[in-house]
Ligand binder design. Structure first.
Ligand code: ADP
Ligand code: MG
Length: 474
């Protein structure tokens, strides 16, 4: 591996010592998660899983990812305001995918009533892998962009210090000094604070819309505490609380038991399982309100895999970002091959290709949160089954990205210390705020590196597959 930790990997005693230091450092720094056994309280917590060593990331690709983030912010914001594009793009999907259809219905309903919201806040995370070409050169390839509940901006703000210490313990003081500072928690909070300020009511709070089971609460607390330090009140509520306590006044200001809400920051709401009838009603109430939703429902739809696939079609980026040819070129340069499975010749052809050679592709439904995609034999079986039915249009196909593996240790509570062949996924956080038609903030807010053993095709940190990491630029 280019970062040159081979000497470390050969020294088992040094690795054991460094791992013990690393775990204590993570606990001290607040790289924490609630346990699976006690997910509702913080009496007993674990460190969040992380790598022992920072992973090598090509500097040029890292910089490319940062540079293109403002373009992606612009693009997502543009899509969220383009009813015609969303309608056309999702038309085939919503016929067969009930979840996307229900989100879309709320979107249309809110538009028909007329938007009360005038300030818009986007927090997204664009994820990439480094695709290793036949010539051995790596290229930046976008995996997806997350426009709702993009997580780990908090915990990752604290992992760099842990890795810096580990490198020092391993005698790599010089290398330790090269690790970049990274504080997405602060960047995200600055965006939320800006939206709160533009909403313009000192008394109003920021509401984190959180899960029933909150194992990743410390990640969210990092952002919350940044807001408290700016004297902005934060409350944590679930959909059920909104159903029970939420109301709108005549100008559609949102109140929770009499407390006005300026910003709703969703850390929940992206999987169908959380929505029963009451929670759908709660979601509709929030979307109808004047409060700044992060994201509003249009922006959530802009993050669907179907939209991602459509963006790769010739001419689409140009239409969405007229007058921004450089941004279009930068965005397109990160795209992997993406293919529609809509009914028709084009879809028939790519479905047949994927059935013949499934290892070249990933089959993706319109879902978020990891563990939903299909690979290899399973991809072939599913596609065989649905290839002649409209159901196939609820999926897209994507070229499989093949990064160069590197050796590392994945530190997890109650797991043996062992070396693994690993691949990494780099995420860049984007934050933007728009007031009416004017973009008043557009920034890259920091990065997240997640690393997993090569034998896992899918899954993030919350899914228990990937772990937190720090890039070491080479
Ligand atoms: P989700 O919304 O569930 O996070 P993703 O598109 O991010 O969906 O896919 C989940 C995981 O699957 C990614 O984190 C990555 O590890 C893997 N993955 C997704 N797309 C590809 C791809 N084109 N090539 C290789 N691995 C992929
Ligand atoms: Mg993902």
């Amino acid at each position: 591996m280019a970062a040159g930790w081979q000497d470390v990997v050969r020294d088992a005693a040094a690795v054991r010592e460094a791992a013990a230091v690393a775990v204590d450092a993570a606990l001290l720094a607040g790289v924490l998660m609630r346990t699976g056994e006690q997910p509702h309280a913080s009496d007993v917590v674990n460190y969040a899983p992380f790598t022992l060593l920072p992973s090598a990331v090509p500097r040029a690709l890292f910089e490319q990812a940062y540079t293109v983030q403002q373009d992606f912010n612009l693009l997502v914001d543009a899509i969220s305001q383009n009813k015609e594009f969303l309608e056309q793009t999702l038309a085939s999907t919503i016929k067969v995918d009930d979840f996307t259809a229900r989100l879309f219905r709320i979107y249309m309903q809110v538009l028909e009533e007329g938007l009360a919201q005038t300030v818009f806040l986007g927090i997204n995370r664009s994820d990439y892998m480094f695709d290793c070409g036949p010539d051995g050169r790596a290229a930046l390839r976008q995996i997806e962009i997350n426009t709702i509940a993009a997580s780990f901006g908090g915990l990752t703000s604290r992992t760099t210090d842990v890795h810096r210490l580990v490198l020092k313990v391993l005698g790599k003081t010089e290398e330790a000094s090269h690790l970049l500072p990274n504080n997405p928690a602060k960047g995200l909070a600055l965006g939320i604070a800006k939206a709160w300020q533009l909403y313009g009511s000192q008394r109003a709070v920021v509401m984190f819309l959180v899960e029933e089971v909150q194992r990743n609460i410390f990640d969210q607390r990092c952002v919350e505490n940044e807001l408290w330090s700016r004297n902005i009140r934060v409350v944590r509520k679930r959909f059920r609380d909104v159903f029970e306590q939420g109301s709108l006044d005549a100008s559609r200001r949102l109140y929770m038991d009499g407390q006005e809400v300026a910003v709703v920051y969703y850390r929940e709401g992206y999987v169908p399982q959380v929505y029963d009838q009451q929670n759908w009603e709660a979601r509709l109430l929030l979307e109808r309100s004047r409060a700044v939703k992060c994201p509003d429902i249009a922006t959530q739809l802009a993050g669907t895999k179907k939209v991602q696939q459509e963006l790769s079609r010739q001419g689409v980026l140009e239409e969405l970002l007229p007058g921004h040819p450089e941004a279009v070129a930068r965005v397109r340069a990160t795209f992997a091959g993406l293919y529609s499975l809509d009914e028709g010749e084009e879809g028939d052809r790519i479905a047949a290709t994927a059935i013949a050679d499934p290892d070249r592709f990933v089959l993706k439904p319109q879902r978020e949160g990891g563990g939903n995609n299909l690979y290899g034999e399973e991809l072939r079986e599913v596609l065989e089954k649905i290839k002649d039915s409209p159901e196939r249009t609820s999926y897209i196909l994507m070229d499989k990205i093949r990064p160069q593996p590197a050796l590392n240790y994945l530190l997890r509570a109650h797991s043996p210390l062992q070396v693994s062949e690993c691949i990494s996924e780099l995420g860049i956080f984007g934050v933007y705020v728009r007031q009416g038609q004017q973009l008043v903030l557009n920034e890259a807010a920091g990065h997240l590196l997640r690393t997993k053993a090569v034998e896992h095709a899918d899954g993030g940190v919350a899914a228990g597959v990937a772990v937190l990491d720090t890039p070491y630029l080479v």
